[in-house]
Design a protein around this ligand. Structure first.
Ligand code: SF4
Length: 101
């Protein structure tokens, strides 16, 4: 079994966000997801095209800019792969790493 961390560190995630954005880093609220993934690779990512392009989490989609996300934001605990087989493998690894999650 690998000893490499599977989940990110919430404090480090918040500190790593370089540009301001009104929306929260969901990984700091709902728990960090896989360390090597971002919202850009998540099945829940939504793109909203108006005068500008906005990204939203499909699990928390509102019309407010307070729920905008960045594609580069680290994955939260609800991250899901677009590939169902990879998603099941990732979930098994997460449960093995911390059965309380
Ligand atoms: S569910 Fe996916 S898109 Fe939504 S905040 Fe988590 S990682 Fe990002």
């Amino acid at each position: 079994m690998s000893s490499a961390p599977v989940f990110g560190d919430a404090a480090a995630i918040k500190a790593a966000r370089k540009r301001p954005c009104r929306g929260p880093v969901w990984a700091t609220r709902y728990g960090a997801g896989p360390v090597d993934e971002t919202c850009a690779t998540c099945v829940h990512l939504l793109r909203r095209d108006f005068a500008k392009r906005y990204y939203k989490c499909g699990l928390r989609d509102t019309a407010s800019d307070a729920t905008d996300i960045r594609k580069k934001d680290p994955a939260c605990l609800r991250w899901g792969s677009r590939d169902p087989v990879a998603c099941m493998e990732r979930f098994a690894a997460m449960v093995e790493a911390d059965p309380r999650r």
